[in-house]
Structure formats: C-alpha cells, structure tokens
Ligand binder design. Structure first.
Ligand code: 3PG
Length: 210
C-alpha cells in the first residue's frame, strides 16, 4: 500500500527535523535514529548537501523512511523525489506545491498556522497537517480550539517543541506526533556521537500519545 501522510505521522511520537551539513553524517545518523525506534526522518532542504544526504539514506538504510523537509517549491518536490525521499514536509501550503507533490508521488505534510490555511489545504485533499511554528502560533491552546471546527484534521505541531513540552501536545486527540530538532543536535553530528542520538530517539519513541 502506498505511504500516506497520516501513516508518516502515526509511526512514532516524534518526527526528527534534521539539518545535515556533511553527507558522511547521513547514514550513521539514520542508523542511530532507527536503533532508537525512530524511522520516519525529515531531512530539511536547508543545506547544499541535503539532497545527497537523502539519497544516501534512501540507498543504504532500508529500515528508515526518509522524507524531505523545508519543501517550498515544485522544484524542491521534484528534486526530493528524485533523491529518493518518500514524503515531504513544508512550512506552508500552496496549490502549486500540493500538485507537485502529488505528481511526484510524495505524501505531503503541509504547514498551516491559521483556520484559513487549514481550509485551503483541506479543500485540496490534505488533512494530515503540520502546525508551524507551533509555539509561536498559539501552542496547545490553538490545537484545542481547532478540535471543534477541524475535528477531522490530524496535526503534527512543530517549532519550539522539546522533551519538556512534547507531552502537552501529544496528549491532544488531534495530535498524531510532534516534530522537533532536538533528536539530532549539531554537536552530536560533529562529534560522531551516534549513541547520544540513539538515546534521544529512544526517549522520544517512548513518549506517550493521547
Ligand atoms: C525548524 O524549523 O527547524 C523546525 O520547526 C524545528 O524547530 P525546533 O528547532 O523548534 O524543533
């Protein structure tokens, strides 16, 4: 069965938001996350090496499901799919991006922060959405307010989520998972401290969902 955005969100309590500057970090990092129980990996298109990193993970870490983050244009979507990404995450939503992801066969988790943005994404068939930037846009109180009018939408809040506040989000019925960068600290990558990344992933994978 084809991968869906809902399945991406429901796999683990946390989707790691990853920034990689070195292609050589990609495979050991992905293996470390998988060893900790996290296999849906969002590699952001924020560095010149991001596509090569996605390619390496897709080729060498079969237990991982690598996706592209910070996907903003149709070109980003096409390039991510060519590199082997299996899903896409975007900070916002446009019709062009939605179409490009469909054409590329990439399930998309589009970013939204307002009711109108939810309605625009939902009207075009997207109902598993990233709430971004979550803390700055109203946090868990905003998600609670959306449960009434948007009870059929599932969210992945991202932006400002940490181990200390993840539980508050994961307890909500309309939250499937959260996104966060804390699983892959830059200094752990620089030091090749894969055990630390595995430990962070293991703790994240054991967070309770409501
Ligand atoms: C990002 O834009 O990098 C993501 O939203 C992750 O944010 P975080 O660093 O607050 O987890």
């Amino acid at each position: 069965t084809p991968l869906t955005a809902r399945a991406v969100m429901q796999d683990a309590p946390v989707i790691p938001v990853i920034v990689l500057h070195e292609v050589q970090h990609a495979v050991p990092m992905a293996r470390a996350l998988v060893a900790g129980g996290i296999r849906m990996l969002e590699v952001t298109l924020r560095t010149p090496q991001a596509l090569a990193c996605i390619e390496a993970i897709a080729r060498e870490v079969s237990e991982a499901v690598v996706g592209a983050g910070t996907v903003r244009s149709s070109n980003d979507a096409a390039a991510a799919a060519r590199a082997g990404a299996r899903f896409a995450v975007s900070p916002g939503y446009t019709t062009a991006l939605g179409s490009a992801c469909r054409e590329a066969g990439l399930p998309l988790l589009p970013g939204v922060a307002t009711a109108s943005e939810i309605m625009a994404a939902q009207a075009e068939g997207f109902d598993a959405l990233k709430f971004f930037p979550a803390l700055q846009s109203g946090g868990s109180a905003m998600l609670k307010a959306w449960q009434g009018p948007f009870g059929d939408v599932l969210f992945c809040p991202t932006g400002g989520i940490q181990p200390g506040n993840a539980a508050e989000f994961l307890a909500l019925a309309n939250v499937a998972c959260v996104g966060g960068s804390w699983l892959v600290p830059g200094d752990a990558l620089a030091q090749g401290d894969w055990e630390r990344i595995t430990a962070l992933a293991r703790a994240a994978s054991q967070l309770a969902r409501g």
